[in-house]
Design a binder for this molecule. Structure first.
Ligand SMILES: [Zn+2]
Length: 250
């Protein structure tokens, strides 16, 4: 799996460089693109905050908690080896495939709101992906070590570039490899997140946890969250294109 991914990422890296040899983006356009992407990322973040804070105040009619919803969704999928744990923090909810833990923030663990049920069912969607061997989730997991190394190297590259008057040579190449890894990771994250939300919406109605007319609150919350993943992807992609164009100009 890891080897396949390396080949794929090497291939897409070469494709990117070839593409850029033909499609040259002038610097002023990059500045505009960075401003656009920055505003889009801010907008996505604001939409998540407002959608969540609105729907966390709307209790579901069934009064089922996030924990109970996660139990029901995973139970129907035949998952009995995933532990549901309550964790501190705001919107810190995640599924940990390595430790087989479904971590829900207190608000969503104990809450019966539309937002809490949406988030709990979404994380359960990841547990289902793990159980059924959903390819995009496996690819994403395989890339995690590479992203961890990348996040340690990138600050050195950026600080190095700052002190030596711009990134160039080997530093630039390392920066490009780092952003290629991050861009690929964010790209693979998109189907993983969209699919988890799709599963969540189907299960919440299918299990009778929520009525159909309660779904707009769930949809609003999960769709806003999906937008932040799109923003993260285009942010990484733009950095990659920018570094590639620098390399071309060197
Ligand atoms: Zn997710």
């Amino acid at each position: 799996m890891g080897c396949d991914l390396l080949v794929i990422s090497k291939h897409s890296f070469k494709t990117m460089i070839t593409l850029l040899a033909f499609a040259f983006i002038p610097q002023p356009i990059f500045i505009l693109l960075f401003i656009f992407v920055f505003i889009f990322a801010l907008y996505a973040q604001m939409r998540v905050s407002s959608a969540y804070s609105k729907n966390v105040q709307i209790p579901s009619r069934g009064h089922i908690t996030g924990r109970e919803a996660a139990e029901a969704v995973m139970g129907r999928a035949g998952i009995d080896d995933v532990e549901i744990v309550e964790i501190p923090g705001h919107l810190t909810d995640h599924y940990d495939p390595l430790n087989k833990q479904l971590c829900l923030s207190s608000e969503n663990y104990r809450g019966t709101s539309l937002a809490a049920l949406g988030v709990a069912a979404h994380e359960s969607g990841h547990a289902i992906q793990h159980k059924v061997g959903y390819k995009a989730l496996q690819a994403r997991m395989a890339l995690i070590p590479a992203t961890q190394i990348t996040s340690q190297i990138l600050p050195i590259v950026i600080i190095g570039g700052f002190f030596f008057g711009g990134i160039g040579g080997i530093m630039l190449d390392i920066g490009i490899i780092c952003y290629a890894v991050l861009t690929l990771f964010q790209l693979i994250t998109l189907p993983v997140e969209f699919d988890a939300s799709r599963r969540a919406k189907v299960e919440l109605v299918g299990l009778g946890i929520l009525d159909r007319d309660e779904m707009p609150g769930v949809n609003e919350t999960l769709d806003a969250a999906a937008l932040t993943y799109v923003a993260a992807f285009i942010t990484a992609l733009l950095h990659l294109l920018w570094l590639l164009s620098m390399r071309r100009n060197n």
